[in-house]
Design a protein. Structure first.
Length: 612
């Protein structure tokens, strides 16, 4: 059942068309992620649905009594003037109080009081504050809002409060613009579970691919003013899009070859003055040209516009050479201990990611390793021959009056052709190479900085949240470059998809220290395990021993069953992947996505059983 319909929406800003005939529906129970490059118009689309913007043409239809709740990534657009509780509940509370005062003198007020009370109850008024406090706690809001001036809240606190209010109000459609921006991992996981089980529709703008995988059943991709819909979560979208691009590219190449042939035949007819044949071929050429243009229009705008690539370098020593060694590292600020007892080694081709909640000391440790922060205890040894590269959350340029071409050539010895070719791989094409750094967006500055940094090919690359300013496509190209980078990496990141793809090991922070883990999931599992008080040792009775044997037998049988199930599913996934090459329908893509989700659950259960 449709809740909201968008019909042929067009929106322009100046000479730029942001939305070009966009049409789609949000149906009851839909879980949709809206993705696309930075600046393509995702937030604009949200604001049109919310009636903040009026489109140049087309319309938005709310079916029936559909109510949409909206969370902006810009907190200035969110109304906190009504306080914690929504205005409709406040109005009903005032009316209830008025009726309570007059009921003794006015018997007719009893009927109205019963109606007002029933409406108040239907809106969840009686337990609203309790449910709000639960939502706030789940989202990591630690402050008490009693008697607080809400205008003094930080940006992150405002976002959590606005999101919690929406969650408790439970609108028919939850519309969330970058909801994970100010949330830590625990809060994001809580929100993932909530959205997955939410009874209404969910429509979310986000660059967090792991977050999308957790709840989305449909992807809407906005590109070049047009949209394309994909079934399943982000992982399913990646498979489908790869196959679409492969088949579409093959179709375009075949059409171009056919068009070239028809043009040659047409010219031959003309040369031989065969005008009837010439005019017939002219119609064929026109038709082929039309089909070719339509096929090209379905390709992403500026397809393959970026191509991050680490430059291979001849490095000395073996790949297992120790470049960095940290022993018993600790750091305090005043009398407060931030962390202690941190020890690890970094090998020449190893990628270690620093993970943990906000404020645990990840960036502090990174700065200590770089020698930018004093006052630590312990030792940090770094190879004297190792060249080091660093990129922080805010990229600095010594002279922002230089253009992109000048910045690169000042840092690297390149010819004009080499420099322009290399900049093009990072999205700076044509006249873009002569853009001054001062006019670049945050994402463009990050790309330029990475361009120069990867060209220098350091032995150790230190990175602090490198994906923060990048859209999904840029993140994935960066990930491929870092995955293939043949040096060592120490990286702080909260991007779980990025971590899973690139990390060899996780230095996970918890309880004032940090330890190495093989995977991010193992690190998160270690945090979920309850801390139990040591129990007194008791002698096992024969009955307890028999029960234990039965439990172990069940566990072994389940492990065996899972191994067989995963083998079957993995075989089927390979068969489906082969089908994608020769052509597959919607049912095959859906089966692939369902199998992928099932495999993840089985892997998790398997590792849990093996650890017991």
């Amino acid at each position: 059942m449709p809740l909201i319909s968008l019909e042929d929406i067009t929106m322009t800003f100046g000479s730029r068309t942001v939305l070009d005939g966009v049409s789609f529906r949000i149906n009851k129970g839909d879980k949709i992620a809206l993705i696309g490059d930075n600046g393509v118009g995702k937030s604009t689309l949200f604001k049109i649905i919310k009636s903040i913007y009026t489109p140049d043409s087309g319309k938005v239809v709310f079916h029936g009594n559909t109510i949409a709740g909206f969370l902006s990534q810009n907190m200035d657009e969110m109304d906190l003037s009504v306080g914690v509780k929504p205005q409709n509940l406040i109005d009903l509370e005032i009316r209830k109080a008025e009726l309570e005062r007059t009921m003794s003198d006015n018997p007719d007020a009893m009927d109205e009081y019963a109606k007002v009370s029933a409406e108040y109850e239907s809106l969840g008024g009686y337990d609203y504050e309790h449910r709000l406090s639960q939502a706030l706690a789940g989202l990591g809001f630690k402050s008490d809002l009693t008697d607080r001036d809400l205008t003094t809240l930080s940006g992150g606190e405002k976002m959590r409060l606005c999101l919690a209010r929406l969650i408790v109000e439970r609108p028919d459609v939850l519309m969330l613009d970058e909801p994970t921006n100010h949330l830590d991992v625990d809060a994001i996981e809580w929100l993932e579970n909530f959205l997955s089980s939410y009874g209404g529709a969910v429509f979310v703008i986000t660059h967090d691919r792991h977050f999308i995988d957790s709840f989305a059943q449909k992807i809407i991709e906005l590109d070049g003013g047009k949209i394309r819909e994909w079934k399943g979560n982000y992982s399913a979208y990646v498979v489908q899009k790869q196959e679409f691009l492969k088949s579409q590219t093959a179709q375009i190449e075949a059409l171009e070859k056919s068009l070239e042939h028809e043009l040659e035949v047409k010219q031959t007819y003309f040369s031989h003055r065969n005008m009837s044949g010439y005019h017939q071929k002219e119609k064929t050429v026109d038709k082929l040209t039309e089909i070719l243009q339509k096929a090209k229009s379905q390709m992403p705008a500026e397809y393959a516009k970026m191509n991050f690539e680490a430059i291979p370098k001849e490095r000395e020593g073996a790949s297992d050479k120790i470049l960095l060694k940290v022993t018993d590292c600790a750091k305090s600020f005043s009398d407060t201990l931030l962390f202690s007892d941190i020890s690890f080694e970094l090998k020449a081709d190893e990628k270690i990611f620093l993970c943990g909640p906000n404020g645990c000391g990840k960036t502090t440790l990174l700065n200590m390793l770089l020698g930018k922060l004093d006052g630590m205890s312990g030792t940090v040894l770094i190879s004297q021959t190792a060249q080091v590269g660093y990129m922080g959350q805010f990229v600095p340029f010594e002279n922002d009056e230089l253009n992109c071409f000048e910045e690169l050539t000042n840092r690297c010895d390149l010819t004009i052709t080499e420099a322009r070719s290399y900049l093009a791989r990072f999205g700076f094409k044509g006249d873009d190479v002569f853009k001054k750094i001062s006019v670049l967006s945050g994402g463009e500055k990050s790309r330029l900085y990475l361009c120069c940094l990867l060209r220098e090919s350091p032995d150790i690359l230190f990175l602090d949240e490198p994906t923060n300013h990048l859209d999904i496509e840029s993140r994935e190209i960066l990930e491929d470059a870092l995955k293939n980078f043949d040096g060592a990496i120490v990286c702080v990141s909260h991007d779980r998809y990025f971590i899973d793809k690139c990390a060899d090991k996780i230095l996970g922070f918890a309880n004032g220290t940090a330890k190495l883990f093989d995977t991010y999931e193992y690190y998160r599992k270690s945090l979920r395990k309850p801390v139990e008080a040591p129990a007194e040792k008791k002698e096992d009775s024969p009955k307890n021993k028999a029960s234990l044997r039965r439990e172990n037998a069940k566990r072994r049988q389940r492990i065996s069953d899972i191994e067989k199930l995963t083998e079957q599913l993995e075989t089927r996934q390979k068969e489906l992947e082969d089908l994608f090459v020769s052509g597959a329908g919607e049912s095959e893509y859906k089966e692939y996505a369902d199998n992928d989700a099932e495999l993840k659950k089985l892997y998790e259960e398997y590792f849990s059983l093996c650890e017991d």
